[in-house]
Structure formats: structure tokens, C-alpha cells
Unconditional design. Structure first.
Length: 158
């Protein structure tokens, strides 16, 4: 039986840490991982080889360079999507994941978003942006169901 193509994507830091809690599922699928390239993520290439790609690390704190990095990442996301052609996109956010989720939705991928554990009372920006297009939107706090009525409570990812 052919395994389904699943793309797991998150920005570096806590969002990637949450995403990596799903690692036991990776081998059940023809998986691929995308994150931002930083000192802390470079070593992932040793573990995942051709199953991982990196986008440029960009933070909104750098007002001048961020728009250019974001545009570059959108273009690279399109190329990576075409290369990987995932049936499903699973993400814990943030800005790194939003463009590929919209690209994927355009091409028929199913979008699965897991809202961060760090927020129990407020929406994240990526959550706000992806909620309208998500096929499955998972929250880790029951209180978040009030903010995202179509979401599913999945409990804590840790």
C-alpha cells in the first residue's frame, strides 16, 4: 500500500518542538519536514537527510529585512510544495507555515493546524489566518473552543 504524502511544517523554536512531538507518526507516511534554518535546526539535516528542507529564518522584529525574507520564503514554499506534492499539511505554525498552507489549499491538500499550547486564552496570528482554510483545526486547551468553534479539542501535544 502506498503511503500518503504528509508535510510537517513549523517555524523554529517552540512551534517546531511541538511539531516534533508527532515524530512517532512520521514513518507511517511518506513524510517531509520544513522549518527555518538556524543554528539549532541545522543538525536536523543529519537525522532527516532529504526528508527535510529549510526556509530562511525571519523574525518580524527585523522590520527592514523581514518583508524580503517573507517574500523569498513564499516563493521557496511554492517550489517545495511542487516538489513534495503533499496530500496533507500538518502544522503548529507560525508565519513560516501560513504561505504553504494557502498554496496547499489551492492545490487540494488537506490542512491540519494545531494551535500552540502556549496560548490558552488568545488566538495566534497564524491560527487566525489558517482557521478559515483548515480541514482540521486542533486546540490544546478546551477554553480555546470558545474562540475557534469549529475546532477539535485534542489535549496537550506533550
Amino acid at each position: 500500500m502506498k503511503k500518503k504524502r504528509v508535510l510537517f511544517i513549523a517555524s523554529t523554536g517552540g512551534h517546531l518542538n511541538e511539531l516534533m512531538q508527532l515524530k512517532p507518526m512520521f514513518n507511517d507516511y511518506n513524510y517531509h519536514v520544513i522549518t527555518e534554518k538556524t543554528k539549532s535546526t541545522k543538525s536536523l539535516k543529519n537525522e532527516y537527510g532529504k526528508k527535510i528542507n529549510f526556509l530562511v529564518y525571519g523574525t518580524k522584529d527585523k522590520k527592514l529585512s523581514y518583508p524580503f525574507k517573507f517574500i523569498y520564503n513564499v516563493i521557496k514554499s511554492l517550489f517545495l510544495f511542487i516538489k513534495i506534492r503533499p496530500k496533507y499539511i500538518v502544522t503548529t505554525g507560525t508565519h513560516t507555515a501560513v504561505p504553504i498552507c494557502y498554496i496547499g489549499k489551492l492545490f487540494g491538500s488537506k490542512i491540519i493546524f494545531i494551535e500552540t499550547y502556549a496560548n490558552s486564552k488568545t488566538k495566534t496570528l497564524s491560527g487566525k489566518l489558517i482557521y478559515p482554510i483548515a480541514n482540521l483545526f486542533i486546540v490544546q486547551w478546551e477554553s480555546m473552543l470558545e474562540l475557534y468553534p469549529k475546532a477539535v479539542y485534542g489535549g496537550w501535544i506533550y
